[in-house]
Design a binder for this molecule. Structure first.
Ligand SMILES: [Zn+2]
Length: 203
């Protein structure tokens, strides 16, 4: 496989391994775990600001079929906070089924599954996107809230569990708020967010 599709760095696309030495050094420098609150008093942690090498990697991860990005960034996600004993399962912000078929994968789910494995916790596919909506990109804060309202449903199997919700990037927190609220409505004991990058914390 590698001879046909030689491995390129997930950040700069230089030929070589999954991430080149220069980018790995930059990513190490960029690691800046932060906790912040979104609407409803929900807590979300993020590993990086949405800038530099991490931003490059997330763009590749999202749009250029660089699924291997998870192999680089799952470790950083696991270092954000000590989740041991505090979480029962990991889930992710879903994509609409047809969109996921088009892309071939949901980058947030790939990250969440990879993280769950590191943490030794189950990944549970508990949130479904029941209808397609506009991309959140380019929308204002109120439009974002409106755009994600009533597009998700949550399985009742989260009842009594403490759930960690993973997404790739948080901007205003509208999507996370919607999903975390639904997790709690479905009976989750606790729910908090974890994202790879945070746009608000960027310069
Ligand atoms: Zn590189």
């Amino acid at each position: 496989m590698d001879a046909v599709f030689p491995k390129k760095c997930v950040c700069c696309r230089a030929l070589g391994g999954t991430i080149c030495e220069n980018c790995l050094k930059d990513v190490e420098k960029e690691f800046s775990p932060k906790m912040f609150c979104i609407d409803g008093g929900f807590v979300c942690n993020s590993a990086f600001r949405y800038e530099g090498r991490v931003r490059d990697a997330i763009k590749n991860f999202k749009f250029s079929n660089v699924k291997r990005g998870a192999q680089v960034f799952d470790v950083w996600l696991s270092k954000v906070k000590n989740y041991s004993g505090k979480i029962n399962c990991v889930c992710s912000v879903p994509m609409f089924e047809n969109r996921q078929k088009e892309r071939g994968y949901n980058q947030s789910e790939v990250l969440a599954r990879s993280l769950a494995q590191i943490l030794g916790l189950p990944f549970e596919n508990v949130i479904k996107k029941t209808r397609d909506n506009l991309s959140q990109r380019g929308l204002g804060s109120d439009e974002r809230k409106e755009n994600v309202h009533d597009v998700f449903s949550v399985s009742s199997c989260v009842k009594g569990k403490s759930v960690l919700l993973v997404d790739d990037v948080v901007t205003t927190g509208a999507t996370l708020f919607e999903c975390l609220s639904l997790l709690c409505l479905a009976g989750a004991k606790a729910a908090e967010g974890l994202t790879l990058a945070n746009v608000k914390l960027s310069k």
